[in-house]
Ligand binder design. Structure first.
Ligand code: NAP
Length: 256
């Protein structure tokens, strides 16, 4: 029997085939899960429909801007109707205004700070609250973080502060939802060349830096992130909650 057969899941954050969310979704589907997908705004709808069409299963595809409570409610109402129960949720969503991802952190505006935290951190709380009532058999919720949450990474700026919040939200949610056998974890991924990453000034240098300095002397692949997402979704991770798992070629252990 496949690792996730009989499980249902919802995936937030597929923009295109390079999205980390897509890598994890494929791993979940290959392991037997039935999935629903969301997208933000009409701009991405066709992309997501085309990708999801290649999966060989009929998946609900639902519009959801994670900053809008009414869209979150509608998403989980639709999910309840289609799946009844939910086992897995992937939060792979982040945004900060581009001008906040260059220059000095000191100059972060109140509005850029608010937007970055709303989209990238608070949304995990809102989505977990909506998902939990459907996770009647327990569940696994996971988000995507980055090392800039704990150390200064030039240009990552307000996104690093939002990721620190995301990681703290993960721990508090893990505590609240533990009695319902719902686990909440983060994957802290090394840099991957995606749409969101290209918004960070100096991103190409980041890739080179990891290649030169991480213990494994290379960058992480999308398939490897998919495999970690599958592990966290599976029974193998049944006693793991509230954690940040580094999937970064070991870069996080380095002092210099
Ligand atoms: P991506 O493919 O661009 O995915 C980011 C997704 O977030 C997109 O689908 C984007 O949709 C969505 N999003 C933004 N604002 C949203 C909103 N208000 N409502 C709903 N969705 C929204 O990039 P990615 O690199 O795979 O990013 C996925 C996650 O991994 C993010 O949390 C990111 O911080 C994290 N991460 C990435 C790296 C990396 O190097 N790539 C490393 C560590 C962690 P739109 O395109 O419509 O905005």
């Amino acid at each position: 029997m496949s690792l996730l057969s009989g499980k249902t899941g919802i995936v937030f954050g597929v923009a295109n085939r390079r999205s980390i969310a897509w890598a994890i979704a494929r791993a979940w589907v290959d392991a037997g899960a039935r999935l629903a997908f969301t997208y933000q705004g009409d701009r991405l709808r066709e992309n997501v429909e085309e990708l999801v069409g290649s999966l060989g299963q009929e998946c609900p595809i639902i519009p959801c801007d994670v900053t809008k409570d009414e869209e979150i409610q509608a998403t989980f109402d639709a999910l309840k109707e289609r799946f009844g129960v939910l086992d897995l949720m992937l939060h792979s969503v982040a945004f900060a205004p581009r001008d906040a991802l260059e220059g000095r952190f000191l100059n972060t505006s109140r509005e850029a700070f608010r937007i970055a935290h709303d989209v990238s951190a608070y949304s995990l709380v809102a989505l977990a609250r909506a998902a939990a009532p459907l996770m009647v058999n327990g569940g696994s919720i996971m988000g995507l973080s980055y090392y800039g949450a704990e150390k200064v990474v030039p240009h990552y700026n307000v996104m690093g502060v939002a990721k620190a919040s995301l990681e703290a939200c993960t721990r508090y949610l893990a505590y609240d939802l533990g009695p319902q056998r719902i686990r909440v974890n983060c994957i802290s991924a090394g840099p991957v060349n995606t749409l969101a990453a290209r918004g960070i000034a100096g991103f190409t240098d980041m890739l080179k830096h990891y290649e030169a300095h991480s213990p494994l002397r290379r960058n992480v692949t999308l398939d490897e992130l998919g495999a970690t997402g599958l592990f966290l979704a599976s029974e193998g991770a049944a006693a793991i909650t509230g954690q940040v798992l580094y999937v970064d070629g070991g870069y996080q252990i380095m002092g210099m």
